[in-house]
Write a protein that binds this ligand. Structure first.
Ligand code: URA
Length: 181
């Protein structure tokens, strides 16, 4: 089965991941593996019901990472630490962009640098710098946060940070306007 989206495109919150892993491909649903467990804990801590979120991924299939953290698929670079999404990466993420545009979410939440660079290429995916900020993509509001997999790698502090960002996301999901502080 292929990876697919979760929830209704009309949900007020849209979560944007990076790419499905083997578990997600098997179950045909995003964030159902280890990173999904972390995401669920962060959503719970922020008082957000996962079933009321629309969840999609930037890339539709599993990807590989090289030692520098660049993202590859079949030997092609989709995302690099220096430049963010490459031309091939942008083309591969076309369906994700279309899904985001068609969704009625009041706030989009790119999780991690790859998803951030899809909406804001100029950030080069520097998630540590931009997480928790209220930003704009084509008139739509988005608030980026760390990818839950960074918690799987051992940084439990990041789990608290993600939950804190999601509290802001919950507030922001009540209205579509972009009101920067
Ligand atoms: N990581 C992602 O970015 N997306 C998933 O669906 C699972 C893990």
């Amino acid at each position: 089965m292929s990876e697919s989206e979760h929830g209704s495109p009309d949900s007020s919150i849209c979560l944007l991941g990076e790419a499905p892993a083997a578990e997600e491909m098997r179950k045909g649903e995003p964030f159902v593996g280890q990173a999904g467990g972390v995401l669920d804990r962060c959503l719970l801590a922020a008082g957000i019901d996962r079933n009321r979120c629309y969840i999609v991924n930037t890339f539709p299939f599993p990807v590989q990472k090289d030692v520098s953290g660049n993202i590859l698929h079949n030997g092609e670079r989709l995302w690099t630490k220096d430049r963010g999404l490459t031309e091939i990466g942008m083309a591969t993420a076309r369906t994700a962009r279309e899904k985001l545009r068609a969704s009625g979410a009041n706030v989009i939440v790119p999780l991690g640098g790859t998803a951030l660079s899809l909406l804001a290429p100029q950030t080069k995916g520097q998630i540590g710098k931009w997480r928790g900020s209220i930003l704009e993509w084509g008139g739509r509001k988005f608030v980026p946060s760390f990818h839950p997999a960074t918690v799987c790698w051992g940084s439990t502090h990041q789990q608290h940070v993600i939950a804190t960002d999601l509290v802001r996301v919950k507030e922001q999901s009540a209205f579509p306007d972009i009101q920067r502080r």
